[in-house]
Design a binder for this molecule. Structure first.
Ligand code: GLN
Length: 278
């Protein structure tokens, strides 16, 4: 009968596809055995029965052909939450946590109304809800399959102050106004070579790609934001590392003030924010 240590050696088969083959293999085996990685290290001789071995092979084979570890596990950590993800949603990225940090730092009323556009798995809305129980958060997405996942994530953490609505960008909230609007919209240009690499190949194009060199969805969100913001409300958007100057120009054209770009942990310009002065 194979043992834990034997299956951990199978990480060699992930060397080409993954930057973290040992970690991926541990995560898969933890899923199969329903244990922690500390347990794996403590019990390298623990026997693996046939059902567990077959389950492990099935997960490992999905990873070997390149499926992202988050989709194989059906889960991705974001902020303090473990979020369910599927191929209907983008896999939440660590750099998007910069939006959360920034949103928690601006001065806002304690009962602020907040809007997250293109919520996907619900990552941004739910991370904010977990930090600010009094905020009233609305999140929109035009993909019903993504909202099913977002709603399950809301339920998983019992967060009552988030509503998910289906529709394009602002369409479900016409006539409403917010103190804070955030979005991590699609911003990759349609023929960007990076769409053919790694995890991104498996993610929904609708969550990644925007026309107009990746800027058309950002332009829509920024241009219409003043009609949905309270006076002195804030807009914050994630964008590509080389889009900051264009995005700041869009904020200026829409009449925003106090426009600032922030860099992510890799030193790349990643989010821009501005205050609505009207
Ligand atoms: N940051 C993601 C990437 O570069 C893209 C996410 C997005 O388009 N919003 O893969």
């Amino acid at each position: 009968m194979p043992q834990v240590a034997d299956l951990l050696l199978r990480s060699r088969e992930l060397a080409e596809v993954s930057d973290t083959p040992e970690l991926d293999t541990q995560l898969l085996l933890c899923r199969v055995l329903d244990c922690s990685s500390a347990w794996l290290k403590t019990w390298p001789d623990a026997p693996i029965d046939e059902t567990q071995r077959i389950f492990f092979e099935a997960l490992l084979n999905r990873r070997i052909i390149g499926e992202p570890i988050a989709y194989v596990l059906g889960e991705q950590g974001f902020w303090s939450l473990d979020l369910e993800v599927s191929d209907a949603t983008l896999i939440p990225r660590p750099e998007t946590e910069l939006l959360i940090e920034t949103a928690l730092r601006v001065t806002l009323p304690s009962r602020s109304r907040v809007l997250d556009l293109g919520t996907g798995s619900g990552a941004i809305a739910l991370a904010l809800a977990s930090e600010r129980a009094k905020w009233l958060i609305t999140a929109t997405d035009n993909q019903p399959a993504a909202l099913v996942i977002a709603e399950q994530n809301r339920h998983r953490y019992g967060l009552k102050n988030v509503d998910f609505l289906c529709g394009d960008w602002y369409a479900p909230v016409v006539g409403k106004r917010y103190q804070l609007i955030l979005s991590n919209p699609p911003y990759i240009a349609p023929h960007d070579v990076h769409l053919n690499c790694g995890d991104v190949r498996y993610e929904p194009r609708s969550a990644l790609v925007a026309s107009g060199h990746g800027l058309d969805d950002l332009r829509h969100i920024i241009t219409y934001a003043p009609a949905f913001l309270e006076r002195m409300g804030w807009l914050m958007t994630e964008h590509g590392y080389n889009q900051a100057a264009d995005v700041r120009a869009l904020y200026r054209d829409a009449g925003f003030q106090k426009i600032v770009t922030k860099s992510d942990v890799n030193g790349l310009e990643r989010i821009t924010l501005g205050c609505n002065s009207f």
